[in-house]
Design a protein around this ligand. Structure first.
Ligand SMILES: Cc1ncc(C[n+]2csc(CCOP(=O)(O)OP(=O)(O)O)c2C)c(N)n1
Ligand SMILES: [Mg+2]
Length: 336
């Protein structure tokens, strides 16, 4: 990776952090409603894995799927930040036409297959995408991100078993931030090292530091190569931490400020900035200029686009409903 790529990756992680910090403000201003789950602290995982899987290898057609903490996965896969912000604002120009909101970002043009609110839901969908690709011999793989808590869902066990039996090309990426809402992992999960759990399904797996993007990329590259070459599933676990609460209404009473401070020392943006400064790739002034350019972009383009975009029309409520013959009992009152 050359210096320009390293600089780009740092810029991307800063953009992701600031993009979401700005969504926090917009939520407080009541411009964004509903649920909002932020990714702050975990940026190195999606950025590093997707750099190796989707961007770096020049393959834009692999499938990417994730849970509800999905804004950054969508953008790194190729969704336009303006359309993601407009979706959060519930606007017609949003990536799901304003009908989905934070948990349902979707961009079929980039093969970003969502954004799902149900914990564990993406596991079988990822297996299905990989199975479709295998049958059609497209050589695509599916990359499925999910949290540590999701691994206690039945869908996890059913999918790991069948993905292994059918040799499906899926990379399962476990973002182990050690909490499922307010429950610490050891209070809900007998085997806290998640990568060990898939050994029961005869699946290859490994565990890595999720705060150092270099380590994420190195591990992800090997895993992606394995899935592509062998056409078999791989389960990769990254140890990470979310800096904010689970969603917007979370006082974080379940963890100590000392624990938070320890993890904040390992902020992925600070780690990578320090490395790039030491290697002479950037200076502190370059980073400051980068932050300013990013803030201007977010304010003058991303937020402006979301704020100035139109609301969906009430009469268009059924516009993207797939049923050609909707039951009149359901649509009747809406049309009156
Ligand atoms: C089927 C289902 N059960 C319960 C919930 C409620 N719920 C939302 S998020 C969550 C915790 C998931 O934790 P984890 O998978 O570790 O993801 P993280 O929030 O840490 O990214 C739960 C239980 C849900 N959305 N769907
Ligand atoms: Mg978690």
């Amino acid at each position: 990776m050359n210096d320009a790529d390293k600089k780009r990756l740092l810029r991307e992680m800063i953009l992701y952090r600031r993009f979401e910090d700005r969504t926090f403000e917009a939520y407080m201003e009541r411009k964004i409603g509903g649920f909002l789950h932020l990714y702050s602290g975990q940026e190195a995982v999606a950025t590093g894995v997707l750099e190796m899987a989707v961007v770096g290898q020049g393959r834009k057609n692999d499938y990417v799927i994730t849970g509800y903490r999905d804004h950054i996965h969508a953008i790194k896969t190729g969704a336009d930040p303006k359309e993601v912000m407009a979706e959060l604002y519930g606007k017609e120009t949003g990536s799901s036409k304003g009908r989905g909101g934070s948990m349902h970002i979707f961009d079929a043009s980039q093969n970003f297959m969502g954004g799902y609110a149900l914990v564990g839901q993406p596991f079988p969908l990822a297996a299905g995408l990989a199975m479709g690709a295998k049958h059609q011999k497209t050589s695509q793989i599916a990359i499925c991100f999910l949290g540590d808590g999701a691994n206690n869902q039945g869908t996890f066990h059913e999918t790991m078993n069948m993905a292994s039996v059918w040799n499906l090309p899926v990379l399962f990426v476990c973002e182990n931030n050690q909490y499922a809402i307010g429950t610490r992992i050891d209070r809900s999960t007998a085997v806290t090292d998640q990568y060990k759990r898939v050994e029961a399904y005869n699946m290859k797996s490994s565990q890595h530091d999720g705060m150092d993007i270099d380590e994420v990329m190195a591990a992800a590259k090997d895993a992606v190569d394995y899935v592509r070459k062998e056409s078999k599933p791989y389960f990769i676990e990254f140890m990470t931490y979310r800096f904010r609460g689970h969603s917007m209404s979370d006082a974080k009473g379940y963890r100590t400020r000392e624990e938070e401070a320890e993890w904040e020392k390992r902020d992925p943006i600070k780690i990578y900035s320090r490395k790039l400064i030491e290697a002479g790739v950037v200076t502190q002034d370059d980073i400051r200029a980068m932050e300013k350019e990013i803030d201007d972009y977010i304010e003058n383009e991303v937020i402006k686009f979301a704020e100035e975009s139109p609301e969906p029309k009430v009469e268009d409520l059924n516009k993207y409903v797939l049923d050609d013959n909707p039951d009149p009992r359901w649509i009747g009152p809406l049309q009156q």
